[in-house]
Design a protein around this ligand. Structure first.
Ligand code: SAM
Length: 313
């Protein structure tokens, strides 16, 4: 189930001449970008999600030319900026001060400044600050430029092997079980793949709820993407739930879930299976077995099991 990615290994030999040409060419493109005047506006710049090399030339050129770079955490982003020797004027923009900062940021742009926004990692606004700022900027007709690049959501989806033609990004689920299951019941109706962020310490319990509410769908846990311990774990939700409940993980994780198959199993079929099992199994054990066998949500199995049990007594 666990597949570790090969790591990049440094070449023992000198780079070929063609590689040297690529290096010079990329440096030339960056130099040209940096020399081109940057228009006033609000620049939403994607930054690496782990591997510092995952940054576009355009992102580097904008961060180095911006009049100010608003960061979710200025100390965190200092590492990235130092890595590329970008001497930007940084200011904080996070969920607690975003509303207060909107006037200042938009005032700067309206005064002709070039303002960049970055988050700690990946694409700003995706489960990160910036939406309220962009909404206000859009309503004032301010030029907004998205500088695309890494996002953990897309990196996980594309390497998952789960269908990519139609997917729904659901961000983080609520932390409390009741609210999480309610949200999952809403997501269960979406006819496509699901992509979710989750905190590592809640992964096991979240997967258990997903298996219960969504059914035993195929899923992938993408952990530590682009980093040294990058790992993809594939399996049905129940298997993953058991594995990650037994062995909690550290690091950052994205959950990708395949679309549910249209349910063809009827209530009569489910109840018939319960009648076979309930003679020598508890309702709880039978519900777990039936849910797994017929690939239906545990909650539905339990309700039909209860009905079958009443009919038997
Ligand atoms: N805006 C970011 C993006 O576009 O990737 C996501 C920010 S959100 C606050 C942080 C969550 O993204 C983490 O809890 C985790 O679910 C996911 N994440 C970020 N980096 C990751 C990585 N390298 N590997 C796996 N998941 C990651």
């Amino acid at each position: 189930m666990f597949v570790a990615k090969d790591l990049e290994t440094p070449s023992a030999t000198e780079p070929a001449a063609s590689v040297r040409r690529t290096e010079a060419c990329a440096a030339g493109v960056l130099a040209d970008l940096i020399e081109t005047p940057l228009a006033p506006g609000l620049y939403l710049v994607a930054t690496p999600i782990g591997n510092l090399a995952d940054i576009t030339l355009r992102a580097i050129s904008i961060l180095s030319r911006a009049d100010a770079v608003y960061c979710e955490d200025t100390r965190h982003s200092a590492k990235l900026l130092q890595h590329y020797a970008i001497a930007a004027r940084t200011r904080p923009l996070h969920e607690h001060n975003e509303d207060r900062e909107i006037e200042r940021v938009l005032g700067e742009v309206e005064a002709g400044k070039r303002i960049a926004v970055i988050s700690d990692a990946g694409t700003p606004l995706l489960s990160d600050p910036g939406f309220r700022l962009v909404r206000a900027a859009a309503s004032r007709g301010i030029d907004i430029f998205s500088i695309p690049g890494p996002s953990a959501a897309l990196a996980a989806l594309t390497s998952s092997g789960v269908p990519t033609d139609s997917f729904f990004f659901a961000g983080f689920l609520p932390a409390k079980e009741g609210a999480r299951r309610t949200r999952l019941a809403e997501l269960a109706r979406i006819p496509g793949s699901l992509v979710l962020f989750e905190a590592p310490h809640r992964l096991g319990e979240a997967l258990q709820d997903m298996a219960d509410v969504l059914g035993n769908r195929p899923a992938v846990i993408a952990r530590e993407l682009t980093k040294l311990h990058e790992t993809l774990s594939r399996g049905p939700l129940l298997t993953l739930a058991d594995a990650f409940t037994r062995e909690p993980v550290k690091g950052e994780v994205v959950i990708v879930i395949g679309a549910g198959e249209p349910k063809t199993v009827t209530d009569d079929e489910v109840e018939a299976r319960f009648r076979e099992l309930l003679s020598d199994m508890s309702l709880k054990d039978a519900a777990k077995a039936v849910a797994g066998e017929l690939d239906i949500p545990k909650a539905r199995a339990y309700a039909l099991g209860l009905k079958a049990k009443d009919q038997l007594s």
